[in-house]
Design a protein around this ligand. Structure first.
Ligand SMILES: CSC[C@@H](O)[C@@H](O)C(=O)COP(=O)(O)O
Length: 361
């Protein structure tokens, strides 16, 4: 039987290269519906509404969206194509602000376009190069996630209890996930981890997505409310915390789903290692510290009314709904990238892995 991570793909280009196909993550776990996105506007809407979500998957979707925009631009010269690409790049970049993978993918496509324009002015060939680059981003992400999984697995022991927050799994990436990659790789080697999934208020990525994908894969997963993490840790059930991230600053501060920093504080209190899994596409050295990371704020209805037919709060109550928070680098035991495991002090290691990545591009 094929493993579920070989079957579920959250974002791909269709066979004709005319549209992006995504698994609509807002309908999980009750419905597994694939949606076809034909225009950059469709892609923007899918990213904004978290139909496709998770930093690497957002980057892949944006790359495909930018390719579609260039293809559909009607440009007849390379200069027109470049201008059209710039417009669609800015547009897709306005969908969500925190995950740097979105901007990284769009910039990578632009770089490729500029390089190709030195060799050809043929619009068809330039569009084909954009498609190739977007496909490369998705395929590389599979490799990157598998490598992160292998490194992360080396830090774990068979039977460990692992707590995770939000969803950094196969559906948040091209395949394997980042924080969940070692769990899938460990399963293939008989590790028998016991995973605790924080539900992750307000949009319940832990309950709807992590608990779903791990249980579909036959992994021992226990769903807990966010405010239960402390008791579970105090009972000795957690030997490691593994989370993904949306942006890593130059000093090692990391932005991830709202609530992550609280989990890190708890982990430090109970002496549990706190690992952040981060592809190099998530590292942003232009942010000196976490204070430079733009934190997305989302609609109040996500916390007042979203999941119940009856309102969950009094009408017109004041709300504050930041979608991410920053974990101080001093709370992080290691940052696990596809280039290796970084330990504090992170600044030097982050600079070194970024030098390696840039040399490759
Ligand atoms: C490998 S996904 C890493 C992060 O993007 C993930 O942990 C996360 O915070 C996702 O937030 P979301 O708002 O669901 O896109």
């Amino acid at each position: 039987m094929k493993n579920m991570i070989d079957i579920v793909q959250s974002v791909i280009l269709n066979e004709t290269g005319e549209a992006v196909v995504i698994l609509d993550q807002t309908l999980l776990p009750t419905q597994k519906v694939y949606q076809t996105l034909k225009t950059p506007e469709d892609v923007w809407e899918a990213i904004y509404h978290l139909k496709v979500r998770g930093a690497p998957a957002i980057g892949i979707a944006a790359a495909y969206g930018a390719y579609l925009g260039a293809k559909q631009s009607g440009a007849s010269t390379s200069a027109e194509l470049y201008a059209a690409f710039g417009r669609v790049k800015d547009y897709l970049g306005s969908s969500r602000p925190t995950a740097v993978n979105l901007f990284w993918a769009l910039e990578r496509l632009e770089k490729r376009l500029v390089t190709e324009m030195k060799a050809t002015a043929d619009v068809g060939q330039l569009v084909a190069a954009l498609k190739e680059e977007a496909e490369a981003i998705r395929l590389e992400d599979e490799q990157v996630c598998e490598t992160i999984g292998t490194y992360a697995l080396s830090l774990l022991k068979p039977g460990d209890g692992i707590l995770t927050h939000c969803n950094a799994g196969t559906i948040a990436t091209a395949k394997y996930g980042t924080a969940l990659a070692p769990i899938y790789l460990g399963q293939q080697q008989g590790y028998q981890f016991k995973v605790y999934a924080d539900e992750t208020r307000p949009l319940l990525q832990g309950a709807r997505l992590t608990a779903w994908e791990l249980s579909e894969a036959g992994i021992d997963v226990t769903l807990i409310c966010d405010n239960m993490a402390s008791i579970v840790m105090s009972e000795g059930k957690v030997q490691a915390v593994l989370v993904g991230c949306d942006r890593v600053a130059a000093n090692g501060d990391t932005a991830n789903k709202i609530g992550t920093s609280g989990v890190a504080i708890l982990a430090q209190h109970y002496g549990i290692p706190f690992y952040v899994c981060a592809p190099t596409s998530t590292i942003d050295l232009s942010c000196q510290t976490g204070k430079d990371i733009v934190i997305e704020e989302r609609d109040a209805t996500e916390i007042t009314t979203k999941w119940y037919e009856e309102p969950m709060a009094p009408a017109n109550v004041k709300t504050y709904n930041p979608a991410f928070d920053v974990t101080d680098h001093r709370l992080i035991t290691a940052i696990i990238t596809e280039k290796g495991i970084l330990r504090p002090d992170f600044a030097e290691g982050l600079q070194s892995v970024m030098n390696q990545s840039e040399a490759k591009l």
